[in-house]
Design a protein around this ligand. Structure first.
Ligand code: CFM
Ligand code: HCA
Length: 534
C-alpha cells in the first residue's frame, strides 16, 4: 500500500489553507529521482493541532538528566511536570549496594498558587536543603518548568547560594517548557551545562583499560545499554561513561579520557559529541545498535577505528558466535513477520533506527517520521570518517587532513572528502530520507488527525509509536508497539534485543485479539460520493 500525491492532497485539503500550506512542507513521498528531498523540520507546531511532541523541560530533565542515578534531580514547578517524568520512560539503573541511586524518586517543589503570586525561590532553597539533609547526594540538578520562567524565579542565584551552603554542585537548568519548539531545545540546554560543569571535571589523566570509549545518546530504556555493554565488554572495550543511561555523575567526570565517543542517538546529544571533539580532540562515531546488522556494522566500524588486528579478530569472533546463536530464533519469527508493513513514528532517532530491524524480519516500513528531529536527521550529514589522530602531530596520518579540518568537517572540499572516502571506511550519518524506499511517506511532527488518515489509507500491519497515539490506533484493529518505552518489555538493542523485539512483534501479529475488532473502514465508506446506477 502506498499513498498517492492525490490522496496526500485530499488529507491536506481538509485543513484551513494556512495550515495546509504549512503541513505540506512537513510531508514527503520519497522519490529518489528528486534527491535531495527537502523537508521542513524543527519548527513550531501550529496551535490547536494535537502533536505528540514534548517540551524543553521533558527533553532536559526527563531525557538527558533523569537517567543520571547518583544525582538528585529537582523539578521546580507544579507537581504534574515531575510526575510526567517519573519513571514512565523506563530508563533503568542499578547500583552496587554502597553506591547512591535515586532513580526511583521524584523530587519536586510542588509549586502552588501562592508560590506563583509571591515567588517560589524560598521554597526551592528549602527543598534543596531538605534533599541534602536526607539524601546527601554528590550533586543536584534543578530544572525549571514553564511557570518559573513566567514569574521570574532566579534558579541560578538560588542554586549558587545552595552550592555555597552545602559545598556540592547544584546545577541550574533554565529549561522552561515553552522554550524552543519541542524537547530538542531541552537536550541542548542539558548538554551545554553537563559539558560545562560535569564532563571531564575529574583529574584522571588516562583510562585504566584498553580501548576506552564513551557511549553517548544511549538511555538504557528497557535495559538496552546493558545489552550493548555486555557485547562491548566481551570484545574488550573499556566503557568510561554512558550518557546518560544507567549513568552517573562520577562516570561523566571521567569522560575526557575516552579515545572514541560512540553516538547512538544523534539528536539528543550531538552537541556533547561535538564539544568533546573540540575540547579534547576525541572523535565520534555514529553507531546504531538497533538491529542485528546495525549492531554488527557498528562493532566493525569501532574495531577499524582502533585498528588493532587482535581487536578486529575478537570482534569477528563475537559477531559470528552471536549470529550463530540468534539466527535460528530470528528465522523462526521471520516466518510470522515476513511480508508485513510498519508505520513507524517516534521522537528524534528511533523512527529511523528501527527500520533496519523491521527489515531484518521482512517487515517494510511504509511511513516513518520524527516528532522533533532537525533537517540533518532527515537529510543526512556529511561526516568525515572517524580515524585515530597521530599522537605527536595530532593530524590524521597520511591524509593531510588536520585535526581542525576534521573538526569543521562540513568545510572540507569535495575533493578532500573523496580522498578520505577512498582511504578509510566512511562513517557518515545517513538520514531517513536517504534510506527509505521510493513511495514511502516521510512525515515530520505528524499529528493525530494525519495519523488516523494515513492509517486508513495504508492499513499497516503494525503501528510503532508512543503512548499518546497507541490506543487510538489499536482500537482501529492494528497491533501497536511502543518504541519509546517498549511497553514494559526490552531490551531491544544489540543481539539479544533483536530477538526480544522479534518475539514481541510476532506475538502482536499472532494474537487472535485483532479478529474481534471491526476497524472503522469495514463498515464506513472511505470515500463519499454518488454511485452511478447505470
Ligand atoms: Fe534520542 Fe531517545 Fe529518541 Fe530522544 Fe525521546 Fe526516548 Fe524517543 Mo521518547 S533521546 S531522540 S527525546 S532516542 S524519550 S530514549 S524514545 S522521544 S526517539
Ligand atoms: C517525552 C518522553 C517520551 C514520551 C513517550 C511517549 C518517552 O517525550 O517526554 O509519548 O510515548 O520516551 O518516554 O518520549
Amino acid at each position: 500500500m502506498a499513498v498517492t500525491e492525490k490522496e496526500l492532497q485530499e488529507i491536506l485539503e481538509q485543513y484551513p489553507s494556512k495550515v495546509q500550506k504549512n503541513r505540506k512542507k512537513h510531508i514527503l513521498i520519497k522519490d529518489a529521482a528528486q534527491m535531495p528531498q527537502v523537508i521542513e523540520a524543527n519548527t513550531r507546531t501550529i496551535p490547536g493541532i494535537i502533536t505528540n511532541r514534548g517540551c524543553a523541560y521533558a527533553g532536559c530533565k526527563g531525557v538527558v538528566l533523569g537517567p543520571l542515578k547518583d544525582m538528585v534531580h529537582i523539578t521546580h514547578g507544579p507537581i504534574g511536570c515531575a510526575y510526567y517524568t517519573w519513571a514512565t520512560r523506563r530508563n533503568k539503573a542499578k547500583s552496587e549496594e554502597s553506591a547512591q541511586n535515586f532513580i526511583n524518586y521524584s523530587f519536586s517543589t510542588d509549586m502552588q498558587e501562592s508560590d506563583i503570586v509571591f515567588g517560589g525561590e524560598k521554597k526551592l532553597a528549602k527543598v534543596i536543603d531538605e534533599v541534602v539533609d536526607i539524601f546527601h547526594p554528590k550533586a543536584i540538578t534543578v530544572s525549571a518548568t514553564c511557570p518559573v520562567g513566567l514569574i521570574g524565579d532566579d534558579l541560578g542565584a538560588v542554586s549558587r547560594a545552595a552550592e555555597a551552603r552545602h559545598g556540592i554542585p547544584v546545577l541550574a537548568f533554565s529549561c522552561e517548557g515553552y522554550k524552543g519548539v519541542s524537547q530538542s531545545a531541552g537536550h541542548h540546554i542539558a548538554n551545554n551545562i553537563l559539558m560545562d560543569r560535569v564532563i571531564g571535571a575529574s583529574d584522571l589523566e588516562e583510562a585504566a583499560g584498553k580501548y576506552p570509549i564513551n557511549i553517548l545518546g544511549e538511555y538504557n530504556i528497557g535495559g538496552d545499554s546493558w545489552e550493548i555493554e555486555r557485547i562491548l565488554k566481551e570484545i574488550g572495550y573499556t566503557i568510561i561513561s554512558v550518557m546518560t543511561g544507567d549513568g552517573s555523575y562520577e562516570e561523566l567526570r571521567n569522560a575526557h579520557v575516552a579515545e572514541l565517543n560512540l553516538v547512538q542517538c544523534h539528536r539528543s546529544i550531538n552537541y556533547i559529541a561535538e564539544m568533546l571533539e573540540t575540547k579534547y580532540g576525541t572523535p565520534w562515531l555514529k553507531v546504531n545498535f538497533i538491529g542485528v546488522n546495525g549492531t554488527a556494522e557498528s562493532l566493525r566500524n569501532m574495531a577499524v577505528y582502533f585498528g588493532d588486528p587482535a581487536l578486529i579478530e575478537k570482534t569477528e569472533a563475537v559477531i559470528s558466535r552471536e549470529l550463530a546463536r540468534i539466527e535460528p530464533l530470528m528465522e523462526q519469527y521471520k516466518k510470522i513477520c515476513e511480508g508485513k508493513t510498519a508505520f513507524c513514528f517516534v521522537g528524534g532517532s528511533r523512527g529511523h533506527h528501527y527500520q533496519g530491524l523491521f527489515a531484518e524480519l521482512g517487515i517494510e516500513t511504509i511511513l516513518a517520521g520524527y516528532e522533533f528531529a532537525h533537517r540533518d536527521d532527515y537529510e543526512g550529514r556529511q561526516v568525515i570518517p572517524t580515524i585515530k589522530l597521530d599522537a605527536d602531530t595530532k593530524n590524521i596520518p597520511d591524509l593531510h587532513v588536520s585535526a581542525d579540518e576534521r573538526r569543521f568537517r562540513l568545510k572540507l572540499s569535495p575533493e578532500k572528502m573523496e580522498e578520505l572516502k577512498q582511504k578509510i571506511p566512511l562513517s557518515y550519518y545517513a538520514g531517513m530520507n536517504i534510506e527509505m524506499k521510493d513511495g514511502s511517506i516521510i512525515a515530520d511532527d505528524l499529528n493525530h488527525f494525519e495519523t488516523e488518515e494515513f492509517i486508513k489509507i495504508l492499513k499497516p500491519d503494525i503501528f510503532a509509536s508512543g503512548i499518546k497515539d497507541k490506543y487510538v490506533v489499536q482500537k482501529m484493529g492494528i497491533p501497536a508497539k511502543q518504541l519509546h518505552s517498549y511497553d514494559y518489555s526490552g531490551p531491544y538493542a544489540g543481539f539479544n534485543g533483536a530477538v526480544n523485539f522479534a518475539r514481541d512483534v510476532s506475538m502482536g501479529f499472532a494474537s487472535p485479539t485483532w479478529n474481534y475488532i471491526v476497524p472503522p473502514w469495514q463498515d464506513e465508506p472511505l470515500l463519499t460520493g454518488t454511485v452511478n446506477e447505470e
